[in-house]
Ligand binder design. Structure first.
Ligand SMILES: NC(=O)c1ccc[n+]([C@@H]2O[C@H](COP(=O)([O-])OP(=O)(O)OC[C@H]3O[C@@H](n4cnc5c(N)ncnc54)[C@H](O)[C@@H]3O)[C@@H](O)[C@H]2O)c1
Length: 389
């Protein structure tokens, strides 16, 4: 079975964006010979975000949910009962030696991802990981090498490059509708999660939790970053969270990151856990642009958050009054990543989301922290296949 190229895939996705995306791709997968095949999936981490993933995975024609696991065993049991998952476990060791499955979906604390992803790869499983894929670029790169060496796949959230709004913006830039692109901005923040301490502990922070979306979008649109300069700070040094009560905040809850994409293109991302945001953690009703790109001939703004977009406002030299495009996200939802890669495993296609892009974003986050501490500009070494369109 042939792999289709990213370019072809995106053309296809863009074409189908205004209609239901999953159904035609399902037809495509079946044409490729994957008819009836389902990927056996084990989900580890049955907390907040699993409440978004599990309904999507349950509805996917490419997924058979086999196992749920959580170190809080009552959560694994509750998820298994609710979604009819036949096996549930209190520990990854039990899960990996229990009922066989093919893809681990890792929805645990950020600090646990690298370790658990490695264990799963060593046990011969593909991995979809919530962000970040690992605790450092180095650890993440070793995971990708391990996966490749074993003929396995690993992918990391976010799934923002899958939205039809992203596809529209990428195409507008590639077609030169903005002229020479010069600058871009992205922002995402709220008052911070209240349920778990790990968001504020070492290797947590607003960059891997929130900034990661804008970093993936802007590098996806403008290309890999060459240099990073940043300032980071802690605005609220103590917080009270559900699982541990009063805690000391150890990682940045306020970040400003500048990226140099080469060819004169500079962008800026800000993220934080101290933003009053009337749209809250869920972003319901956010209708202002949170991503803006400026060029010599036009500018455009992604309306809503990049993980939940509902339009692109584009103004050009010919049409200076902004026009709204792509008001419908089709079947795109931010929690679709694990379902999309299951579909890719069945169809043997290459999804737009890639481990190399996720690793590049991880390197940017590390570089931003380094720059924040040293006051210096940091050179990046990683890259990914670009343009995506
Ligand atoms: N909550 C959201 O809206 C949201 C949205 C997008 C992405 N995410 C990402 O999803 C991940 C999880 O976030 P969350 O909000 O669901 O956190 P959470 O605290 O609600 O859930 C994490 C779960 O993982 C379990 N866990 C931790 N270590 C484990 C281990 N070693 N083995 C098995 N289970 C383990 C915990 O017991 C907990 O039930 C994070 O990477 C976060 O950035 C969360």
């Amino acid at each position: 079975m042939d792999k289709i190229s990213r370019k072809k895939f995106l053309e296809q996705a863009t074409l189908l964006a205004s209609t239901a995306l999953l159904a035609p791709l399902a037809v495509y997968a079946q044409k490729q010979g994957g008819q009836g095949k389902k990927i056996k999936v084990g989900v580890i981490g049955c907390g907040s975000v699993s409440g978004m993933y599990l309904p999507h995975l349950s509805a996917s024609p490419f997924v058979e949910l086999v196992a749920a696991c959580d170190i809080k065993p009552e959560r694994a049991k509750a998820a298994a009962d609710k979604y009819g998952i036949p096996f549930h476990y209190p520990h990854i060791d039990d899960m990996l030696s229990g009922e066989p499955f093919e893809l681990l979906v890792n929805l645990t604390d950020m600090q646990e991802h690298g370790r658990l992803n490695r264990q799963a790869l060593l046990a011969g499983k593909h991995v979809w990981s919530e962000k970040p894929m690992a605790n450092s670029y180095r650890e993440g790169k070793a995971l990708l090498d391990l996966a490749t060496g074993k003929g396995l796949h690993i992918w990391g959230a976010p799934a923002v490059v899958n939205s039809p709004q992203f596809a529209f913006m990428a195409k507008a830039i590639q077609e030169g509708r903005l002229g020479k692109v010069a600058a871009a901005h992205g922002h995402y923040g709220h008052l911070g999660p209240t349920w778990s301490a790990f968001f504020y502990e070492k290797l947590g922070g607003s960059l891997p939790d929130l900034g990661v979306y804008n970093l993936a979008t802007l590098t996806g649109l403008l290309g890999p970053a060459k240099y990073v300069t940043a300032m980071t700070s802690i605005v609220t040094p103590e917080r009270t969270v559900d699982d541990k009560g009063k805690i000391t905040v150890e990682e940045e809850d306020n970040a400003m990151v500048l990226m140099d994409h080469g060819n004169g293109v500079i962008s800026h991302v800000q993220s934080g856990f101290n933003y009053f945001d009337p749209y809250g953690h869920e972003g319901v009703g956010q209708d202002k642009p949170t991503i803006t790109i400026w060029g010599t001939h036009g500018n455009m703004g992604l309306v809503g958050y990049d993980w939940a977009p509902f339009g692109v406002d584009l103004a050009t030299h010919e049409q200076p009054t902004p026009q709204r495009f792509v008001p419908d996200a089709g079947d795109y939802v931010w929690q679709q990543g694990a379902s999309v890669v299951s579909e890719s495993l069945v169809a043997r296609t290459e999804p737009l989301i890639s481990a190399t892009h996720a690793l590049h974003v991880l390197e940017i986050i590390e570089a931003a922290r380094k720059s924040g501490k040293s006051g210096r500009r940091v050179r990046l070494k990683s890259s990914f296949k670009w343009p995506l369109v």
